[in-house]
Write a protein that binds this ligand. Structure first.
Ligand code: ADP
Ligand code: 5GP
Length: 216
């Protein structure tokens, strides 16, 4: 016999979170974000638009919406992007419509965007953003990871290493810092931030009615 009384479903739902993960390129944010997407069924992905070319294995509409420069500029001008920025000389941006519909439905979303995008999205949605900055254990390890990923040419890796210190200089604009030394530890830390933020009083709709039930 179970000693735990069966629980009724609680009568309140959580407001959606915009979970932003940023890092210098190669620190491991895509790896961590993918692990989170796999373990958190209710975390919806924001699929960015970009003018960069697909890497081997990248699929249009899954990893990015790959756009021409002309189409990107058109979307930015029409206000179809919630935020956009030039990163490593290419355009990147977050489509506005899916964010608005997911937030309205109380669904959490994950954004893999740079510090410029984080700044804009925080300004647009100040109550909904929770942000994490991922650091590598060292710049040497960052370069090793960029090289081991074997996704970019040496000149592209050099561009990303040159930009790393500038990206890192924005660390204080974020809510949390996670150092991605051991991957499993970093994933656990990021998961625990998400779990904790879901419990914030401001995100739990219907708490007042629920607690009023204790007083009647
Ligand atoms: P980002 O999305 O930040 O550019 P990735 O997630 O693509 O970085 O990671 C860059 C490379 O580093 C990948 O080859 C990935 O497998 C590897 N990597 C990620 N985290 C770790 C870690 N903690 N230890 C060692 N290698 C890692
Ligand atoms: P990559 O080319 O490695 O996929 O991404 C390069 C950089 O662009 C990363 O720092 C990534 O976070 C950033 N990025 C990806 N999508 C967006 C986006 O929609 N907006 C902004 N501002 N940055 C993005």
């Amino acid at each position: 016999m179970s000693l735990v009384a069966p629980q009724k479903a609680l009568p309140f739902s959580s407001r959606g979170i915009c979970f932003v993960i940023s890092a210098p390129s190669g620190a491991g944010k895509s790896t961590i974000a993918n692990a989170l997407r796999a373990s958190q069924a209710n975390l919806h992905n924001s699929i960015s638009v970009t003018t960069r070319k697909p890497r081997p294995g990248e699929v249009d509409g899954i990893h990015y919406h790959f756009l021409t420069q002309e189409k990107f500029e058109q979307q930015a001008a029409e206000g179809a992007l919630l935020e956009w920025a030039m990163v490593f000389g290419r355009g990147y941006g977050t489509p506005r419509a899916p964010v608005e519909s997911n937030l309205a439905a109380g669904k959490d979303m994950i954004f893999d965007i740079d510090w410029q995008g984080h700044r804009q999205i925080r300004k647009a949605l100040p109550n909904d953003v929770v942000s994490i900055f991922i650091l590598p254990p060292s710049l040497q390890e960052l370069e090793r990871r960029l090289t081991a990923r074997a996704a970019d040419k040496p000149e592209e890796i050099a561009k990303r290493m040159a930009a790393a210190k500038d990206e890192i200089s924005h660390w204080h604009e974020f809510d949390y810092i996670v150092v991605n030394n051991r991957l499993d530890g970093a994933i656990q830390e990021v998961e625990s931030i998400l779990r904790t933020e879901r419990l914030r009083i401001s995100r739990q709709n219907g708490l007042e009615q629920f607690i009023a039930g204790f007083e009647s």
